[in-house]
Design a protein around this ligand. Structure first.
Ligand code: PGA
Length: 257
């Protein structure tokens, strides 16, 4: 019997992205400068990104020279118009972002965002030339009732349009119950979900799906970063609380050296 064909695809470069959520003012710029210097020195083999509140994108622009990318945390599906309080993908790009987090569970919960709306935002992000970091994840109730894979696969299906590529899309698996709770799934649980997501991505996007990065997010800390990054099909981390200090975020990035 012929040996199975070996994949010639290169493993994607991991991405470690910090989601600052609704935290940070200009007083936080010092912290982020410290982080950038630590990153430059560390020679970590990953891409590093900070997603601050939109108000801090422009003041953080200097970070890009140090190799730290910037991302937004949400965008409107339209590029401009009568949408008081919203920010468009074009505006994020203009302020210095190269990416945007979309469909985070806090937005799905607080703003009742549906897969359909998330999908429209992903299209807007791509249209503006931004990398879309699209989040999926199950609630504790859904995990307990054995629905995890069904839930995340449905979110994946409904929140992306055909034609997504590894260059314009990243997936983040974030179990809702692990976010900000200090709880993390077991390595086997993370592997099970990431493997299922990979299969679904390959089925839909072919080679692009094979190369698309799938981040893990939910209580990632310096102490568990190395263990999580070693899980097959984990191609980086989306970090909330621990991304707010250079010490903790730097500790996570260090796992990728
Ligand atoms: P956490 O948040 O690291 O504080 O759990 C992760 C996220 O919500 O992206």
């Amino acid at each position: 019997m012929a040996a199975p064909k070996k994949s010639t695809l290169k493993a994607p470069k991991p991405l470690v992205a910090g989601n600052w959520k609704m935290n940070g003012t200009k007083a936080s710029l010092g912290e982020v400068k410290k982080l950038a210097s630590a990153f430059v020195k560390s020679k970590a083999k990953c891409e590093v990104m900070i997603c601050p509140p939109a108000t801090l994108l422009a003041p953080m622009k200097a970070l890009k020279a140090k190799g730290v990318a910037l991302g937004g945390q949400d965008c409107h599906a339209a590029s401009s118009g009568a949408h008081t309080g919203d920010v468009s993908a074009t505006m994020l790009k203009d302020a210095g972002a190269s990416a945007v987090i979309l469909g985070h569970s806090e937005r799905r919960a607080d703003h009742l965002e549906t897969d359909k709306q998330v999908k429209a935002k992903v299209a807007a992000a791509h249209g503006a030339g931004l990398l879309a970091i699209m989040c999926v994840g199950e609630s504790l109730k859904q995990r307990k009732s054995g629905d995890t894979l069904k839930v995340v696969k449905a979110q994946l299906r409904g929140s992306l349009m055909d034609g997504c590529t590894a260059k314009n899309t990243v997936i983040a698996y974030e179990p809702v119950w692990a976010i900000g709770s200090g709880l993390t799934p077991t390595v086997a649980q993370v592997e099970e979900v990431h493997t299922a997501l990979r299969k679904a991505l390959v089925r839909r996007f072919g080679d692009e799906g094979a190369k698309m990065r799938i981040l893990y997010g939910g209580s990632v800390k310096p102490a568990n970063a190395a263990e999580l990054m070693a899980v097959p099909n984990v191609n980086g981390a989306l970090v909330g609380g621990a991304s707010l200090t250079a010490k903790d975020f730097g500790g996570i990035v260090k796992a990728y050296t």
